[in-house]
Design a protein around this ligand. Sequence first.
Ligand code: HAM
Length: 435
Amino acid sequence: MPEFKTVRGMRDFLPEEAHVMRYVEAKEREIAQLYGFKEIMTPIVESYELLSAKSGEEIRSRMFVFKDLGGRDVALRPEFTASVARLVATTFRNEPKPFRLFSFGSIYRYDEPQKGRYREIYQSNYELMGSSMPEADAEILMLTDSLMKSVGLKKCAFKIGHVGILKSILDQEKVGNKAQNAAMQLMDKKQYDNALQAIKKAEASEKCIEILRKLVELKGTKTVEIINKVKELVGYYPKSIESAQNLSEIISLVCAAKGKMNITVDAGFARGLEYYTGMIFEVYVPDLEIALAGGGRYDKLIELFGGAQTPAVGVAHGIDRIILAMQGQKTAVASREEKTAMVIPIQDEVKGEALRISETLRGQHIRVEVEVSGRKIANALENANRRKLDYAIIVGERELKDGAVVLRNLASREQNIVKIENLASIIRNAEMHSD
Ligand code: HAM
């Protein structure tokens, strides 16, 4: 037999890693509840047509695509947004708006594996659908900031832009959608010269190219100043000014709610996904060059999927990268507090009684394992010690006659004879004192 390994880009999560993952997931769930987002669960496999419709070339080319046994073209979801938009365009069509929908799970992208870049990725996804108001955009930014703080991350920086600033210029210049998308993909990769070449080729005016060249240089943390400069620069394109104004309203709402935040406005900022129509953003921490989260406004996707006109804004938090950032900042993760006990029967005749005691303790919410390997007492204790359990509950005929067992603290090696009915409270009390 060959030595089996995980498929390239796929990872196992060992107990400690799984614990951290679930810890962050619990924080995400808490944020979802606090902001009124209801969880939905959508399939990992969706039709290729749905997933590829507006995902953009970058993601489209990295999807895990295959034919199912019925000959359908399907793919593993590379994100949640398309699935949530499908649901809102169909099943939720007549439900009252707005929708606040939360999802947590794995997505799949054939990215080149490296630090912080995997092929099976965990995302926590929030979509607010049915509002075009800047307060909806602000809410998505706010909940992202709250999440980063709640997992203990410091110095989170938001990079914010607005697709409308660039797109309105290109629309007015009659640059077709295909050329626009190609230019945006290049901008996403920071290949500004190539992007401008592509726009030039699509017959945009010289003046437009000149403005765009200046525009992509406009970025900084003095958000009001930068946005004013953008407005001045794009004066000839009224819709572009409107977009800049919209961005300024969103940022001022977020700052009103959150106080000082580390925000960089970047007028040349573009994201790989094609469905964005408005504000877009990503979140970073110092010493990690990859985004921990990304999102933005997409007002046309639900319509494109056959639904009613439904403006929407959302974000996906990349859990794997949030965990990397937490490790980098040595952020504490709450450990498992509950103590664990192992019940060890020392004669065959008391096995039934040992199982009964473990069931009683579980009924009282004590975590219990039973020795199931037939080990003799010394070996069983050594094994429990190596596996870092806290207590051994040794069940023997002699103590059972008095309704008791031996409770041994595996770390201190202290042991006492304890009545069965007192076991749970003694273990629980020790838990409280050890905190
Ligand atoms: P995205 O920027 O493609 O947006 O992904 C969001 C986050 O997922 C990234 O910021 C990153 O943390 C994580 N991520 C993406 N690819 C990888 C990878 N290969 N390895 C590790 N982490 C990764 C979206 O997915 C949009 N659906 C967000 C959205 C929701 N926009 C509107 N609503």
